[in-house]
Design a protein around this ligand. Structure first.
Ligand code: DOR
Ligand code: ZN
Length: 349
């Protein structure tokens, strides 16, 4: 049987939610990942270190007993974030960045920023303190076509940002386009990007295959095949600027299967297996370790994890749904066969 062992990986972009949703999903990530960067788009958003500490405690309380799992946090950037909050974040050992949502760009982004121009004092302080800025890189101008939002954001916001704050370290989250990949690759030191399983595995045709597929609707949208190919090359090519961030974003089934469905793909149930699929198809399985377990840790300047996980080539069928509070959660790949399975260290064959 084909197996691969890699250093315990990290998920550098994860939505864990709160309350019953958090309790339903936390275990999936804790089984696979040593550390995750938990996103702050709760309601109300996690805008301060005090709120982040309280959220971290709730995450810990939701974990299976004995889980060896470290949640790291990002603060939610608003136009009223105080520069002092950046000092507190930099002094903490669990807030590793500040996430910028363009106002209205996605789920719970209403409190986000209308322009990075309005956050000058905070960005200067982040540059001084070496706190990482995580960007949801999509223009929100309604005149911009939904498929051009990433490239327009790069032109209008990211290029000026890089010029004005050359030492500020930036992650372009869930990069989805060839233009985005090229920008990151040529972007000089201090610029990196995360890549999601759905953008690596599917193009936008999948959203409409045989009918509308609400469980594949996420933001940024799935893109063209030539974009997907560029993402696969970025992930599997060994460039340390690209690393794992699932953007697993659970929403209740009823909220997805609706006349106005929520954006988000839940992938934490197979958060490492899906990437193994990508790397195996590209014939580059030996590079999964660096992408999943080294590049992100190095960028965030935290030690690489100790210990390992093992994946076996043993097809399994993704369940149609998982429990999600009083509702259901439809996972990415529901009902389909995945080639790679995580070997449970306690029960392995
Ligand atoms: O599809 C998405 N869902 N994109 C995001 O940026 C946010 C996420 C969520 O929180 O549901
Ligand atoms: Zn996200």
């Amino acid at each position: 049987m084909q197996t691969i062992s890699i250093t315990r990986p990290d998920d550098w972009h994860l939505h864990l939610r709160d309350g019953a949703g958090l309790a339903a999903v936390a275990g999936f990530s804790a089984r696979r990942f040593a550390r995750v960067l938990a996103m702050p788009n709760l309601q109300p958003p996690v805008t301060t270190v005090a709120l982040a500490a309280a959220y971290r405690a709730r995450i810990r309380a939701a974990l299976p007993p004995g889980a060896d799992f470290t949640p790291l946090l990002a603060l939610y950037l608003t136009e009223t974030t105080a520069a002092d909050e950046i000092d507190r974040a930099a002094a903490s050992d669990f807030v590793v960045g500040v996430k910028c949502y363009p106002a209205g760009a996605t789920t719970h982004a209403e409190a986000g920023v209308t322009s990075l121009e309005r956050c000058r004092a905070v960005l200067e302080r982040m540059e001084e303190c070496d706190l990482v800025l995580q960007l949801h890189g999509e223009a929100t101008d309604p005149a911009v076509d939904p498929y051009d939002r990433e490239s327009v954001f790069i032109e209008r916001e990211l290029v000026p940002l890089r010029r004005r704050y050359p030492r500020l370290r930036v992650v372009l989250e869930h990069v989805t386009t060839r233009a985005g990949v090229d920008f990151v690759r040529d972007g000089g030191p201090g610029l990196a990007a995360t890549l999601t399983p759905q953008h690596l595995l599917l193009n936008r045709g999948a959203l409409f295959a045989g009918g509308l597929r609400p469980h594949l609707y996420c933001l940024p949208l799935l893109k063209r095949e030539r974009d997907r190919e560029a993402l696969v090359e970025a992930a599997t090519g060994g460039d340390p600027r690209f690393f794992l961030g699932t953007d697993s974003a659970p929403h209740a089934r009823t909220a997805k299967e609706s006349a106005c469905g929520c954006a988000g793909v839940f992938s934490a149930h197979a958060g490492i297996e899906l990437y193994a699929e990508v790397f195996a198809r590209a014939g580059r399985l030996e590079r999964l370790d660096a992408f999943a377990s080294a590049h992100g840790a190095d960028f965030y300047r935290v030690p690489r994890n100790r210990g390992s996980i093992t994946l076996v080539r043993e097809p399994w069928t993704v369940p149609a749904h998982y429990p999600f509070g009083t509702d259901q959660l439809v996972p990415f790949g529901a009902g389909t066969t995945l080639e790679w399975r995580l070997l449970d260290p306690e029960t392995g064959p």
